[in-house]
Write a protein that binds this ligand. Sequence first.
Ligand code: HEM
Length: 143
Amino acid sequence: MDPARRQRIKDSFNALEPHGEALMNRLFERLFSDHPEVRPLFPDDLGRLKLDLRASLASIVKSIDNFAALEQPLKKMGARHLAYGARPEHYPLLGATLLAAMDELAGGLWTDQLREDWAAAVGAISQIMLDGAAEAERFRAAG
Ligand code: HEM
């Protein structure tokens, strides 16, 4: 990701962060109405998860200029997601829903450029998590 893109991601995240709770609420509302098949993967009470996801996004954005440092933690997180039942085909659903929820919450501030920036970031994060999940699966199969 080039520096201008990273800066736009940081700025837009900081602008949205005061609305973080509303963003998480909207994300899961939309995820479950658009993709009801993933609802059973999640616990009934989403309180903890919403806080964790928000904190995780904040720390990713904070480290976005040092993406290499995120690789190991993201791979480990991807490996944990195997146990949650998250499959590769679920990642684009969550990514697209996150972008749609951001678009709604950011109102007039959201642009095609930001949509592209965030799609690239979420795509990169998802890919690293999936690499971590695939590695963990190979390790388990070999052991
Ligand atoms: C950009 C991709 C994603 C990020 C950043 C993310 C982040 C997180 C975080 C921070 C947690 C808290 C627990 C932990 O760290 O292990 C978590 C839990 C979880 N995630 Fe994800 N996640 C992503 C993708 C997905 C996808 C695609 C699914 C499936 C549709 C999913 C389903 C879950 C479930 C079921 C839990 C456990 C909830 C619980 O039992 O409390 N995640 N996720």
